[in-house]
Structure formats: structure tokens, C-alpha cells
Design a protein around this ligand. Structure first.
Ligand SMILES: CC(C)(COP(=O)(O)OP(=O)(O)OC[C@H]1O[C@@H](n2cnc3c(N)ncnc32)[C@H](O)[C@@H]1OP(=O)(O)O)[C@@H](O)C(=O)NCCC(=O)NCCS
Length: 196
């Protein structure tokens, strides 16, 4: 039993740019495009190849089950025309901590949608769910991801060799943390981190 009172279905979270809501079958085609994009394949643990069947299994089975169990809380991120931009999740929910995971399609990157979605999710996780710690883990070299974590206030990332497994191989990672009590905006200058 989880100490947090977690909902078992995704609430809708919205701002002037994006809406976070439950994934549906209407998202299948764009989800396949997002998960077969080479950048997503390189920097995430999506199965590869990724088929329509994978997308249906994710939307109809994996995600609802994870919500029911309180193990991972996933949302679709849409624009206000209803187009799927990406997905975002609170992954590995344990005690009052979780990891943020996200994958946006190429059409949605560089638009500010990902930062808007992160801000909605962070406010919800801390202010509504009562989480105390959020973690951000990115493969070494995924500077778009590390930069996004910086924009929303995550602390200076720490280099962890061989921390993440991707398709049977271990990869070096950057790990950053955001506390519920911390400012949710960048408080230091941006720089690409270096491990040496
Ligand atoms: C991570 C992700 C959500 C970020 O989306 P985004 O905030 O829209 O950002 P972009 O992808 O457009 O990245 C561009 C930013 O990263 C910076 N960036 C990208 N590559 C960089 C590099 N090699 N060196 C330095 N900065 C870099 C750009 O300068 C840009 O900064 P700006 O937004 O201040 O102009 C998106 O890139 C994505 O979904 N990628 C694929 C999946 C993924 O990596 N998920 C995260 C797993 S931890």
C-alpha cells in the first residue's frame, strides 16, 4: 500500500499551451511516430522496433495498470487542437518520490510544450500529490533533456557511470533532483555538464 493518496486515473491538467490527460486509442498513430523517431530511440528505453501493437498495449494495458497500481503515472500531452505532442510520466513512484520521464515528437520539440508539460506535472506532483522529491535521469549527451531539467529548476546534475540500462547495455547518466521546497525555475546559469 502506497503512503500517498494517488488517483487511479489521470486527472486533466491544463495551461494556455498544453493539456495533460489520459492517453486514448486516438493517440496510437502519433505515439508510433514519436517512439520510432531516432532521437527517441537513442535517448529513451522505448522498445525498438515500435509498432502499432506496442502503442495499443501501452495505452490500453500498461498505462491503466500502472495507474491502478500507483507504480507509474502517465499522461498524454496534447495541444489545444487535440494533437498528441508527447507523453510524460511520474515513473518509479516510491514513498514520496518519483522520476520524471518524457518523450515528445520532433514536431513538438523546441516549441515550449515540453517545459509547459513539466511545469504542470511538477506542480501537480508536489502540490496535489504531496511528493517531496522528483528525480531526472538522462543519458550522458542528452543535453536537450538536461537543459529542460535546468529550466524547471532541477539542481546541478550528478554524473553516474553505468546507471541506466537500455536494451541490454549500461549507459552513463546525469541525475538531478528537485525538492518540493525548491524554486521551480532556473536559479543558476545554464551550462552543459562535464564529467571530469
Ligand atoms: C527532452 C525533450 C522533451 C526536450 O524537449 P524541448 O524542451 O522541446 O527541447 P528541444 O528538444 O527542442 O531541445 C532544445 C534545447 O536543448 C539545447 N540542446 C540540444 N542539444 C544540445 C547540445 N548538444 N548541446 C547543448 N544544448 C543542446 C538547445 O540549445 C535547446 O535549448 P533552448 O530550448 O534553450 O533553445 C525532447 O528533446 C525529447 O522528447 N527528446 C526525445 C526523448 C528524450 O530525450 N526524452 C528525455 C529522456 S531523459
Amino acid at each position: 500500500m502506497n503512503a500517498l493518496q494517488l488517483p487511479t486515473e489521470p486527472p486533466t491538467l491544463s495551461d494556455e499551451k498544453v493539456t495533460l490527460a489520459a492517453l486514448s486509442e486516438a493517440d496510437v498513430d502519433q505515439l508510433v511516430l514519436n517512439c520510432t523517431d531516432p532521437t527517441a530511440v537513442k535517448w529513451t528505453t522505448v522498445p525498438t522496433p515500435y509498432t502499432e501493437q506496442d502503442a495499443r498495449g501501452y495505452i490500453l494495458e500498461y498505462v491503466p495498470k500502472a495507474w491502478q497500481e500507483g507504480s507509474a503515472l502517465n499522461w498524454a500531452v496534447h495541444d489545444h487542437d487535440g494533437q498528441l505532442l508527447g507523453t510524460i510520466e511520474l515513473a518509479r513512484v516510491r514513498a514520496s518520490a518519483a522520476d520524471i520521464g518524457l518523450n515528445f515528437g520532433p514536431h513538438a520539440r523546441g516549441t515550449g510544450a515540453a517545459v509547459a508539460a513539466c511545469r504542470l506535472l511538477i506542480d501537480y506532483a508536489f502540490d496535489e500529490l504531496g511528493l517531496t522529491h522528483l528525480h531526472w535521469i538522462a543519458f550522458d549527451g542528452n543535453w536537450a533533456s538536461v537543459k529542460l531539467s535546468w529550466k524547471v529548476g532541477f539542481q546541478e546534475p550528478v554524473f553516474i557511470p553505468g546507471f541506466l540500462e537500455q536494451r541490454g547495455e549500461l549507459w552513463d547518466c546525469w541525475h538531478a533532483t528537485l525538492l518540493a521546497s525548491s524554486p521551480r525555475t532556473a536559479e543558476r546559469d545554464w551550462r552543459v555538464p562535464t564529467s571530469s
